[in-house]
Structure formats: structure tokens, C-alpha cells
Design a protein around this ligand. Sequence first.
Ligand code: NAI
Ligand code: AKG
Length: 421
Amino acid sequence: MTSERENPFRIAQQQFDKAADLLDLPDDVREILRVPQRELTVNFPVKFDNGSTKVFTGYRVQHNLGRGPVKGGIRYHPNVDIDEVRALAMWMTWKCALVNIPYGGAKGGVVVDPANLSMGELERLTRRFATEISILIGPDKDIPAPDVNTTPQIMAWIMDTISMHQGHTVNAVITGKPVQVGGSLGRNDATGRGVSLMVREWARNNNQNVEQLNVVVQGFGNVGGVAAALLEEMGCRVIAVSDATGGYVRRGGLDIKAMREYTARHPRHLLEGYTAPGVEQLTNTELLELPCDVLVPAALENQFTELNAPRIRAKVIVEGANGPTTPDADAIFEDRGITVVPDILANAGGVTVSYFEWVQGLQEFFWTEREVNAQLERVMVNAFQQALRKAQEWHVPLRTAAYLLAVERVAHSTMTRGIYP
Ligand SMILES: NC(=O)C1=CN([C@@H]2O[C@H](COP(=O)(O)OP(=O)(O)OC[C@H]3O[C@@H](n4cnc5c(N)ncnc54)[C@H](O)[C@@H]3O)[C@@H](O)[C@H]2O)C=CC1
Ligand SMILES: O=C(O)CCC(=O)C(=O)O
């Protein structure tokens, strides 16, 4: 149970309120945007391999439908709750508006630790959850995607379940699918690639040579693992990484390629048990406080609070995760001159390539990986430059600047469509 101070939905509302105040948003628009438009809670049974049955709880929240169909991932985690899903849905609205793709925000989650399920149980849970939320999702309504602990295989099962109900293949109902069943080249790496592009852009704008940057990455899954690998390819020295089982540090730089090969062989893709000459273990708490140039949180919310923010020794924090920094920590970072490239900007690469996947699926015309990556780079660099200009004009941190851009766009479409039926 998180404290009210670390309640992700309260935090999302606080972040929105700050932008709404600066933009002087009309009260009725503010009231609309401050809360999700639709919320669905589902309780559904899953049969276990041993014949027993358990009821699971899941959610799908649609925050705002003003700019188009809603978009956002599905998370499987034991700590999922409605306020977390509300916050994640709201952040999706601002993220899609910031990179200017034609979606509102949504998110879903199931309260489950998938590590405790067999493949068969995971498939049955996924298909039943997909059926329960099928009243909301669809290619022109709400298009889910992967998030923590959900994979391309899980996306394929959801696509297949919806297709079974419709009687034909409904490719564009979900993104992050395997390439063989309508996924996009480049989607798997897209969020991590976007994070690495943000590091490069920050370095360019601060006269830093990427090849001299020491990087620390928390979380070694889809976002953190890919970001670490691409930053290593770019020439950075990745000195520490971690996952849920702990952290690994080597001052001269880790061999990320070897670590990714190790996790690929591990049944749950974990770093647990990894050893190499010169590599020492450390806790996640210690990892976040290492001196470094770039710190990439790529795990869960509330990693930086008022308790550890005074001890963080990075020049820039590039938020691969959603919601890793509380408003208290943000204020401390601002005072201390630590730049934060905010989640709604830094991790927008995933939803951007999801948008490309949806467009390709609707047209049944698929792009090359080079085309996908070039379009992703264009979108991410453009969003970074816009946020930077806004930050300079308004003398505000990048998070506030990104919110100003995003909230203004969403408010504008809300008012243009008209509020009252
Ligand atoms: N997958 C995507 O395309 C996107 C994901 N995100 C965000 O990025 C973050 C990570 O998501 P994914 O990489 O997709 O999930 P994932 O399930 O692939 O990986 C999560 C990683 O975090 C680690 N982890 C979990 N708890 C931890 C802890 N307490 N300390 C350190 N590491 C811990 C896990 O062991 C795993 O390595 C989440 O906040 C998610 O919402 C944001 C945008 C898109
Ligand atoms: O790829 C998508 O559609 C959504 C990804 C996501 O859930 C996120 O950006 O947090």
C-alpha cells in the first residue's frame, strides 16, 4: 500500500494542476482533464493447471478520448491498483499529445505476479482478461500494448482472442505484437531507443561528449535492457545496471551485450547469478546513489522521493519508467541543478512506434526497420527541441515545459470539439 504522498494518481493530478495553473485553464476544462473519462474493473476466474480456480482483478482506464482513440499498455504486477492505472492512463494522454500522435491516453493492469503462473495459466488469464475488456477495446476505440511483465506473446494472445470474437483477424486492436503476426519492426527496441536518443540530445545541448558519459540504468527489461545496450553502442560507459533481484557495478564499464545474452538464457530474463571479472553487486538503493552523468530509471514509480533526492549524484535523469520521480524529489532536483528529462518525453518512443504499428496494420503495408527508426528519431528529437524551447521561454524545468505543451494541446482539442452535448 503506497502512502498518499506516493499515490501515483495524486502525483499525476499534482503535475497536471501545476500546468493548468500556469496555462490558466478554464475551470470546466480543468475539471474534465483532472479525472479519467472511463474506468472498468473486472473480476474474472482463471483455471490453474492443478484444477483449482482463482479470481483475478484487472482494470482498463481511459483517461481522455479528445484527440482520438485511446492508447496505452497493460501491466501485470502484484501491486497494480486502480490509482496506479489511473495515473498511467493520464500520463499516456500527455505523452501522446506531446509527441503529437492522434490518441488519448489509457492503461490497463491485472493484479498478478506472472512469475507464479505456468505458460498455460498465463495464456488463460490473458485471454479471459482480453474478453472482459473487449467491451472497451478495438482498433478505432482503445488500442493496448505491452508494459511491465507483458510481452509480444501476450499481445498476440490478446489479438487472437479479439479476432476469435469478431470472426476475422483484427490486427490493429493491439500493438507490440510479434512481427510474424502484424507487429512492427523496431517496436521491441523503440522505448529504449527513444531513451538513448534523449540522452544524445541532452548531451548535444549541454556540450557533453556521449563517449565520456558514465551511465547507470535501473531495470533491465524491455526499456532498461535496450536503453543500456543502445547507450553502450553509442559509446557511453554503462557502469551499473539492476533488476528486481539486485544491481551490478563495474567502474570501468559493464559488458551489456554479455549481460543481455545472460538474461536471454535465464528463464525469467533476470540478472540473478550474473558474474564477471571486476563486477560487484549492490542494492537498488545503492545503485541510484552512484556518482554518474546519466541515470536512467526504467523500472517502477516513486524511485526518487524527498528521502533519496538529496543523495542523487547524476547530472541528468532520463526517465525510462513512468512516474519514477515524486513532485518533492522534482523540487529537490531543480534546486540542485539536476536536469530531469520527464517520462512523458523520455519514454514516448514506445507509443510512437506503436502508432506506426497501428498505421501499418490498418493499411496492411509494412515499413522497413530503417524507416521506422528514422521516423521515430524525427518525432523524438522534435519533441525534445519543443520542450527545451518551452523550458527556456518559461524558465521552467523540462517536465513543466512538456506538460505545458501537452496539456495545452489536449485542452485545445477538448474546447474545439465542445464540452456540452
Ligand atoms: N515497454 C514499453 O514500451 C514501455 C514501458 N514504459 C515504462 O518503463 C518501465 C519498465 O517497463 P518495461 O521495461 O516494459 O518492463 P519489463 O517488465 O520489461 O522490465 C521491468 C524491469 O524492471 C525490473 N524491476 C522491477 N522492480 C524493480 C525494482 N524494485 N528495482 C529495480 N528493478 C526492478 C524488472 O526486474 C525488469 O528488469 C515501466 O515504468 C513502464 O511503464 C514506458 C513506456 C513504454
Ligand atoms: O505502446 C503503447 O501503446 C503504450 C506504451 C505505454 O504503455 C507507455 O508509454 O507507458
